[in-house]
Design a protein around this ligand. Structure first.
Ligand SMILES: Cc1cc2nc3c(=O)[nH]c(=O)nc-3n(C[C@H](O)[C@H](O)[C@H](O)COP(=O)(O)OP(=O)(O)OC[C@H]3O[C@@H](n4cnc5c(N)ncnc54)[C@H](O)[C@@H]3O)c2cc1C
Length: 412
């Protein structure tokens, strides 16, 4: 069986490695003329690291990422609300990594090139559509750099891993409306800074109504003096937002006011933000779960299938879980269309739950609870505001839904 993978992002590259590992033939088609380290920070949680470790990638990832030690939540006065250990320190078999998307992408891409050979990764191939007949599928392409048609390709099945602007999702669901803006705009950046807290803490602080920050290190000792590359995301409720573009430049003046007095004893947040070389802006959007991903020999994977608001560190993780499930279906079911339907039956309902949980009860619901109960004021003792058991329950519920509770990992 020949599998065509459209899109060499996190999901497409992981799928190529899975299929190769299962002895299945596959070829990748990527719109970008060359692979560049784009994006900023991503967290890879223990469900996804389990899959990547099975593919032999734990060591190369550990070499470029920060191995996350804990997840910690603060109010906008810098007071600690809740903290819990992460990865192996939380008893998982595999670590949690906080990593630059470009570094994760580079680890996957170099494994694909080494194992499948560079000829299997066709760059500058933007897929413009897929047609099907009894014997297979035909993919049409345009060169992104030269803006001209390229020769078509044939395959038995086509997997659309073409991200949030998926052309092939549009082909399957032409009537779908625009992405849904959830009312929160984000500004993102990276800065060089000395380690703070444990030196490997994933930090969430404040709340969306007045301004929330997510801050964590993604590269260790980047200058020989022990400084780290720190990833930060500022999130503020506002009706104003631009279109979805991972590379859109943002303006400091549009959001810095919300964090101007965040001078905590564990981190000076405005100093961190203002020392960043570049600021990117991105609206928090998602799309309603689809009724189906599969039409005959074509199916969707990753963000093309289930774009979600980035509030649970699960965008990359769910794409990696999709890849694992699809490998299993294609390796065990001979008929391509039946295999794709089996994959969809497993992953569509599971990811729809994550999309909905990210809207309503992601881990940062911990911050919302405390914000509401304190009326956005400092507290004397967190135990007087909320039982720590309740906070742990919010975190644990999300792990169940997203598939990285200890029980869920046993079945992976
Ligand atoms: C430039 C960029 C920056 C990002 N930055 C962040 C970030 O900072 N933080 C974060 O949490 N997430 C970020 N993401 C999203 C994150 O990578 C995804 O949520 C997650 O990894 C899911 O992976 P995916 O493979 O479904 O999609 P992606 O990793 O987005 O990969 C999709 C791939 O498909 C390619 N493609 C698109 N259309 C076509 C086409 N018609 N034909 C062929 N190829 C096509 C794209 O060029 C891309 O390589 C970014 C994605 C991109 C593309």
């Amino acid at each position: 069986m020949k599998v065509a993978i459209v899109g060499a992002g996190i999901g497409g590259l992981t799928l190529a490695l899975e299929l190769h590992d299962a002895g299945l033939d596959c070829e990748l088609y990527e719109a970008a003329p060359r692979l560049r380290p784009v994006g900023v920070g991503i967290n890879v949680l223990p469900h996804a690291t389990k899959i990547l470790a099975r593919l032999g990638l734990e060591e190369p990832l550990a070499a470029v990422a920060v191995t996350t030690r804990e997840s910690a939540f603060f109010n906008r006065f810098g007071q600690l609300i809740y903290r819990e250990p992460a990865g192996r320190l939380a008893g998982y078999e595999h670590p949690q990594f906080s990593v630059h998307r470009g570094d994760l992408h580079a680890v996957l891409a170099s494994a694909v090139t080494a194992r499948l050979g560079p000829a299997r990764l066709n760059l500058d191939h933007a897929c413009t559509g897929v047609t099907q007949d009894e014997d297979g599928a035909t993919l049409a392409f345009r060169s992104t750099s030269a803006d001209r048609p390229l020769p078509p390709a044939r395959a038995d099945v086509v997997i659309a891993c073409d991200g949030i602007h998926s052309r092939l999702r549009g082909q399957l669901h032409p009537g779908e409306g625009p992405p849904l803006y959830c009312g929160v705009n984000m500004w993102r950046g990276t800065a060089v800074h000395a380690p703070f807290l444990t030196g490997a803490t994933m930090t969430r602080a404040g709340w969306l109504a007045t301004g929330k920050m997510v801050i964590y290190p993604i590269r260790d000792d980047i200058d020989g003096h022990g400084n780290q590359l720190i990833n930060w995301v500022a999130e503020i409720e506002t009706p104003q937002h631009a279109d979805r573009d991972w590379n859109r430049q943002g303006q400091l003046a549009d959001f810095i006011g919300a964090f101007a007095d965040w001078h905590f004893d564990w981190l000076d947040v405005p100093a961190l933000i203002t020392s960043s070389a570049e600021i990117l802006e991105y609206p928090m959007t998602d799309q309603d779960p689809l009724s189906h991903w599969t039409h005959g020999r074509l199916t969707l994977l990753g963000d093309a299938a289930h774009p979600m608001v980035p509030r649970g560190s699960n965008g990359a993780g769910q794409a990696i879980l999709d890849a694992r499930a699809l490998r299993h279906a294609l390796a065990t079911i001979a008929d391509p269309a039946t295999a794709l339907r089996a994959y969809e039956a497993e992953r569509l309902p599971a990811t729809a739950k994550v999309v909905r949980a990210n809207r309503a009860t992601p881990p940062d619901a911990i911050l919302r609870e405390v914000w509401q109960r304190t009326g956005d004021r400092p507290f004397t003792r967190i135990e007087d505001v909320i039982d720590p058991g309740e906070l742990r329950a919010i975190s644990d519920r999300y792990k169940d839904v997203a598939g990285y509770s200890h029980e869920a990992l046993g079945n992976l």
